[in-house]
Write a protein that binds this ligand. Structure first.
Ligand SMILES: C[S@@+](CC[C@H](N)C(=O)[O-])C[C@H]1O[C@@H](n2cnc3c(N)ncnc32)[C@H](O)[C@@H]1O
Length: 289
């Protein structure tokens, strides 16, 4: 199958999996239901659902610290979702952030939430594919990506694209689920309802791909314990029956409980691990060294 046909099939699956019809209205309704004044929404109000990855905003802050994020940095967030991490990097660290995501509804929602909290002058979103980034070479100080790599099969191409848009010496900050020592995972998960969307690789494979594309590893941390604790906390909160509380179900409309339960099972059975790491651009791409 050609890349374009494969791309459109996968893009359709990604949009079907993550997108829900008129997510923007759903988010606004949920915020109102939770008693929020839409004229005075804060990033804190959004935090229970807009950081759609393992450790939530705490993990974003920690990864930013690991990556040496400073004010004024030009950052590209690959797989930016509804934009929580991008807004944290802009609102707390003073970065100028561009997000790119394959799910169109997420991009619309990300833009709306960014306007609501008054960060639209520093954060913008593009609907696009991480495998064909719609940006020129050497533009960003930092490429950021949390819990997106699991949906992308051609990781060599992904890291080549990331390397291309980074300034020489720039960094990649990555958080992702990887394959654990036990084969196979329980579905559905937050990133895949079925094997067609699941592209987990082992830690060794991921590291080899990054080095092959001209990156050097600066930091690598296994945060599976944190992932497990976060999933257990979500399980407890979902079972509490407080219907007005904002949670991940604001943006995840299908099988939320089963996805949380499977997150606990996959982690405890050694089927998945979660890592975060920082990688530096050290070398030209293969063929130009
Ligand atoms: C689990 S969400 C994480 C969102 C965000 N990084 C966060 O942490 O809040 C995974 C995101 O990856 C996006 N995605 C998957 N494949 C992609 C691709 N090829 N290009 C761009 N985005 C992609 C999905 O649309 C989804 O928004």
């Amino acid at each position: 199958m050609s890349h374009e046909r494969m791309f459109s099939a996968l893009a359709e699956s990604v949009n079907r999996h993550y997108g829900s019809v008129d997510l923007r209205s759903r988010i606004l309704d949920k915020l109102k239901e939770a008693g929020k004044d839409l004229q005075n929404v804060t990033r804190d109000d959004l935090a229970p659902f807009d950081e759609f990855h393992t450790g939530g905003r705490t993990s974003t802050r920690e990864l930013a610290g690991m990556a040496g994020v400073t004010a004024g940095m030009q950052v590209l967030d690959v797989g930016s979702g509804v934009g929580g991490p991008a807004r944290t990097l802009a609102g707390e660290f003073g970065c100028i952030v561009t997000g790119v995501d394959l799910t169109e509804e997420f991009c619309f929602a990300a833009q709306l939430l960014t306007e609501l909290v008054g960060l639209a002058d520093r954060v913008s979103f593009h609907h696009g594919d991480a495998l064909a980034l719609p940006f020129p070479d050497g533009q960003y100080d930092l490429v950021w990506s949390q819990n997106t790599v699991m949906n992308i099969e051609d990781k060599a191409r992904l890291f080549r694209e990331i390397h291309r848009v980074l300034k020489p010496g720039g960094r990649l900050a990555l958080e992702t689920v990887l394959a654990g020592p036990t084969q196979g995972i329980h579905y559905p998960t937050f990133w895949a309802a079925a094997p067609e969307m699941n592209f987990l690789v082992s830690p060794g494979h991921l590291r080899g791909l990054l080095i092959g594309q001209g990156f050097a590893e600066e930091t690598w941390e296994d945060i599976t314990g944190l992932a497990l604790a976060a999933a257990r906390k979500r399980l407890a909160a979902s079972g509490s029956g407080i219907s007005s509380a904002l949670g991940r179900d604001v943006i995840v409309t299908k099988d939320v409980m089963r996805k949380i339960e499977n997150s606990v099972r996959n982690n405890t059975e050694g089927r998945t691990i979660t890592i975060r790491g920082v990688f530096r651009w050290v070398d030209g791409p293969p063929g130009q060294r």
